[in-house]
Design a protein around this ligand. Structure first.
Ligand code: AMP
Ligand code: ZN
Length: 496
């Protein structure tokens, strides 16, 4: 393979050869979930996309420090500066401590990532664990003249910043356009300009999540945590920053502004943005009421689903599109993915059964063809992590594998070295880079490994006295005619 890894940088809007600032090492930050409710499959798509980015970088031999945060304070309803904190609101509705909400949904998020075979990040920092650093960053921004305090709130002065540095360059927003599109301050806000965003918010009476600061009791603005935690663990200028494209503006443009204002450094060398998972063309989101939860997908218990699908089918379905393309959720596409995934797994079994002692290297042309096909898989992955095209190349290889297996092409033609390369790389790309694994299951519909995970999730739920979830799991399983029994030795299951 001759190609080098190239990444479409959302900042330059160009495909660039990837060269980390420290050779051999990569620093990567991905915006994690706000843990106030169950993650839906749209969130899962974004996290699976970056799981593959991480896996591929590791596969190429880079030492990767992968940081993905947990947002547990400061993200307000409507993603704006006014309104209730999403987590505090949920805590109020469920009559729980905000930290109980955070724990419950962070656990749920980890369970889901586990089900979809995503590797945990190297560091998973939380916003509430970095209050001191956030306060310090706000102070640096004020000291450098880009932030101002009014009555316990601290705002970022966008107009002042834009005079020295372009604001909105990631999303391509121009300040004049933003200004004409923004509403006038109606006397409700103490901002100098409606474009200014909150760095620190004063806690109103009764606000549950609040900390002491030089500006009084309050809590940090949403954009601040990512600037603080990315640069704390990866340095003031680091290699890759990822997130869904809905975060480009304002979240990521504000991150750039904050870092430049506080530390004088453009924080990110390669920005990467995933496209949205849609349902009938509309972005999947909690607020649009069109989101699927993982357990609904597994059981098929959702008005938009005609059957259940296994986690690896879903993962495969997601990787069959490039991360930067929109992906629409449909039963037909999933059914096709179910078959495709099975074909690929069959080829993986077949390749492992090929007999290397029969490979003699008698046909130079056949030998070259095979090696070219293997190279092609890597060329696609090097082309901005194009998993869609890489999977197409894996299917080309699957055809070859089946021809060798069935004797349609004489395996003696290829050299032992090439055949071993095929076995090694075919396995590595499918299992280590794409993160796909075999699922048992057959006619029971539910894979044995999956059952183990579901029972683990139920145990976790019961452990934290979340009986709603544990009962739901039992009920859904019952609908699938799966009976679970709690005994001294743990929980067992059987088909009715
Ligand atoms: P949130 O918890 O809302 O901050 O979202 C966590 C991550 O999921 C962010 O990177 C979002 O951009 C991403 N995300 C949210 N909805 C979707 C969707 N429908 N498709 C793909 N990614 C999404
Ligand atoms: Zn973020």
């Amino acid at each position: 393979m001759n190609s080098k890894l190239q990444i479409v940088n959302s900042l330059s809007r160009k495909k660039e050869i990837f060269e980390p600032s420290v050779p051999g090492h990569v620093g990567m930050y991905v915006c994690g979930p706000t843990v106030y409710s169950d993650v839906h499959l749209g969130n899962v798509r974004t996290f699976i996309s970056f799981d593959v980015v991480y896996r591929y970088l590791v596969h190429l031999g880079f030492k990767v420090r992968y940081v993905r945060n947990i947002t547990d304070v400061g993200h307000l309803v409507g993603d704006i500066d006014e309104g209730e904190d999403k987590i505090a609101k949920k805590a109020r509705l469920e009559n729980l401590e905000p930290m109980e909400i955070v724990q419950k949904y962070a656990n749920g998020f980890h369970d889901v990532m586990n089900i979809f075979n995503a590797i945990p990040p190297s560091i998973e920092p939380t916003a509430t664990g970095h209050l001191i650093e956030q306060i310090e960053m706000v102070q640096r921004i004020i000291d450098n003249g880009y932030g101002y305090e009014v009555g316990g709130n601290v705002y970022f002065d966008v107009l002042k910043f834009d005079k020295d540095h372009p604001y909105g360059k990631l999303s391509g927003r121009i300040l004049e356009d933003l200004q004409s599109g923004s509403r006038d301050l109606d006397g409700q806000s103490d901002k100098r300009n409606s474009l200014d965003f909150a760095l620190w918010k004063k806690a109103e009476k009764g606000h549950l999540m609040r900390w002491n600061s030089p500006w009084g009791l309050g809590f940090p603005g949403w954009h601040l945590e990512c600037s603080v935690m990315s640069t704390k663990y990866l340095g003031t200028s680091f290699d890759i920053h990822g997130g869904g494209m809905d975060l480009k503006f304002p979240h990521h443009d504000c991150e750039i502004a904050q870092s430049v204002a506080a530390d004088g450094a453009d924080p990110v060398r390669y920005w990467m943005h995933t496209n949205m998972l849609t349902v009938n063309g509309q972005k999947m989101s909690k607020s649009a009421n069109n989101s699927f939860l993982p357990h609904e997908l597994i059981s098929g218990d959702h008005p938009l689903l005609t059957q259940g699908y296994s986690p690896m089918t879903i993962r495969f379905f997601m990787l069959q599109s490039h991360y930067a393309s929109e992906l629409d959720f449909s039963n037909e596409a999933l059914q096709a993915s179910e078959k495709g995934f099975q074909r690929l797994m069959n080829a993986l079994e077949a390749v492992e059964s090929l007999d290397v002692s029969k490979a003699k290297g008698t046909d130079a042309e056949e030998n070259k063809q095979l090696n070219d096909l293997i190279d092609a898989v890597y060329d696609e992955l090097n082309d901005d992590f194009n998993t869609a095209k890489a999977i197409a190349r894996l299917f080309d290889l699957s055809k070859k594998i089946n021809s060798y297996k069935e004797g349609v092409i004489d395996i003696a033609g290829v050299s032992a070295e090439s055949l071993e390369r095929l076995q090694k790389e075919f396995h590595a790309v499918i299992v280590h880079v794409l993160g796909l694994k075999k699922e048992s299951g057959g006619d029971t519909k539910v894979a044995a490994g999956l059952m183990e995970l579901i029972l683990e999730m139920r145990k976790d739920a019961r452990g934290r006295k979340d009986y709603d979830t544990s009962d739901k799991i039992r009920d859904v399983l019952q609908e699938l005619n799966i009976v679970i029994k709690d005994g001294k030795e743990g929980t067992s299951w059987s088909m009715n």
